[in-house]
Design a protein around this ligand. Structure first.
Ligand code: CS2
Length: 504
């Protein structure tokens, strides 16, 4: 599509379906990235189409000006391109009524949370956005932004914004509201509430008291499990979508056909009819979260790190390699599945075989470097509990140990080991610190001891598991000396031996 083509607007003739028109905004969303736009926005469009109402969304991008400028230029419209092997279909949610950059207008975030017209604040700020310490799971009081937020001035951390916004809302009359986390964190609602309360308790004197009483009375923090694979947008997708629309869409989002949302039905200020888009309201969100965060996300991390170490750029190419597929099947069957309680009505065999189909969707081109990014916070959610459960039963979780060994080999390579370009493209807040530890480590065992045992990157409890730490170290050394395939063979065969022993 040429640069001169008209920009996507509400008047664009070729929009895929009649657009919904919210009558007002009842939702403030923090984190205007691709995932939110391909997930919650699509469910909200279905809810508005079925039920109408003032559940439009004001989107807050934490820093990105380009997405906000593009949405303003496009009447807040963009396309979601559902990409299946051999077909692409477009939908335009059309549910956003405004968008702004939180870092540029921090006071506006607080004012919007306080506005009684807003009845739900939703969050997709990634595992990284909750300012908690991975070791303790508590609010990270060493974090400079959190410290500044506690001292006053417009809050800039998500937890600070929520706490300050709810404080302002309490002072302005305390209309009920729900805060809904849509990030891949275990018990994400309870976790968010705990961090907000910790922030309010840290305020000097009784400054947080009114807000804490408001939380007790009129604020709910439902948990939710979100699922849809959403790769990064590419220039190629922009041109393809623009050609299909005959209008320029600068911010389309690619997504897989599969989508799932399980939500706890506790909305203090009401909610849209998200079930119209297929959302499941259930008391078993905890089970859905565990199933998803371990089976999908945990295995995804394994595929990403092993794939990157094999020099492979995408998840479908990685899962297409027999060795990696074997490792993925083994971690699912032997280490993640025994750690979960399957939600009622879910056929776990069908769920798992669908996972393999989803990972193999080559048309999506999901990058190993994207899934491998931010492992320090993602793995904290994905691996410690299942690893501890296995260790508690006397079984070594070899494939979880391999996941960690793969992560450390990618992010903190020992001197002389080159993990390749895909590993180099992974970003991680802990990269520098880990690289420093690796630079002077004699071998994998020492690196694993420093990261897991001393830094407690995966929490205090796993930090005390010497046998696990030693196994991670051994596998790092195998990757370095004999390559990633040798480490996979070692871990998979050790795992099947244990499984047989446990069964006999
Ligand atoms: C992935 C997730 O990047 C990652 O770590 O595991 O983003 C995954 O694609 C989504 O959670 C799928 O719902």
């Amino acid at each position: 599509m040429s640069i001169g083509a008209p920009v996507l607007r509400r008047s664009t003739p070729a929009t895929a379906a009649p657009l919904v028109t919210p009558t007002g905004a009842g939702i403030l969303h923090l984190g205007l990235g691709s995932f939110h736009r391909a997930h919650q926005a699509v469910y909200t469009a279905a809810a508005l189409a079925a039920d109408g109402g003032d559940w439009g969304i004001v989107g807050v991008a934490s820093r990105s000006r380009s997405i906000v400028e593009a949405l303003h230029a496009q009447d807040f419209l963009y396309s979601v391109a559902t990409i299946a092997p051999g077909s692409t279909s477009l939908a335009i949610p059309g549910v956003h009524t405004d968008a702004f950059v939180g870092a540029d207008q921090p006071e506006r975030v607080i004012a919007q949370i306080a506005d009684p017209a807003i009845r739900i604040v939703t969050l997709t700020v990634t595992e990284n956005g909750y300012s908690y310490s991975p070791a303790t799971q508590r609010l990270d009081l060493d974090d400079a932004t959190v410290r500044a937020d506690l001292h006053g001035g417009p809050a800039r951390s998500t937890v600070g914004q929520l706490a300050r916004g709810l404080q302002a809302r309490a002072a302005a009359g305390g209309t009920p509201i729900a805060v809904l986390s849509c990030d891949n964190l275990a018990s994400n609602g309870a976790h968010t509430e705990k961090l907000v309360r910790e922030f309010l308790h840290e305020l000097p004197g009784s400054e947080g008291a009114e807000a804490l009483a408001f939380l007790d009375r009129s604020v709910s923090f439902p948990s939710s499990m979100v699922d849809r694979i959403v790769p990064a947008t590419t220039t190629e997708l922009r041109s393809r979508v623009s050609a299909l629309l005959e209008a320029r869409d600068d911010v389309p989002v690619p997504a897989e056909p599969f989508t799932m949302w399980a939500i706890e039905d506790r909305f203090a200020g009401g909610r849209p009819a998200w079930e119209a888009g297929g959302a499941v309201f259930t008391d078993e969100v905890g089970r859905y979260e565990q199933m998803k965060v371990r089976l999908l996300n945990g295995t995804h991390s394994l595929i990403a790190y092993l794939g990157a170490l094999r020099g492979v750029g995408t998840i479908p190419d990685a899962i297409g390699l027999d060795a990696i597929e074997n490792a993925a099947r083994a971690v699912l069957r032997d280490e993640y599945e025994p750690s979960i309680e399957v939600p009622s009505g879910v056929d776990i065999r069908a769920y798992e075989s669908e996972l393999f189909e989803r990972w193999a969707n080559s048309a999506l081109g999901h990058r190993t470097s994207q899934v491998g990014t931010d492992g320090s916070v993602k793995l904290r959610q994905r691996i410690p509990e299942p690893a501890l459960l296995a260790l508690g039963k006397g079984a070594m979780p070899h494939l979880i140990a391999l996941t960690v060994a793969g992560y450390l080999s990618c992010l903190a390579p020992l001197p002389g080991f080159d993990p390749g370009a895909h590993a180099a493209a992974m970003t991680d807040g802990a990269r520098e610190r880990l690289a420093g530890l690796a630079a002077t480590a004699r071998d994998g065992r020492e690196l694993a001891r420093r990261v897991i045992g001393e830094l407690h990157l995966f929490g205090d409890e796993l930090g005390a598991q010497d046998a696990f730490i030693a196994r991670v170290g051994e596998l790092i050394d195998t990757i370095r000396r004999h390559g990633v395939d040798a480490a996979i063979t070692d871990a998979v065969s050790a795992s099947s031996t244990i499984t047989k022993e446990l069964q006999s």
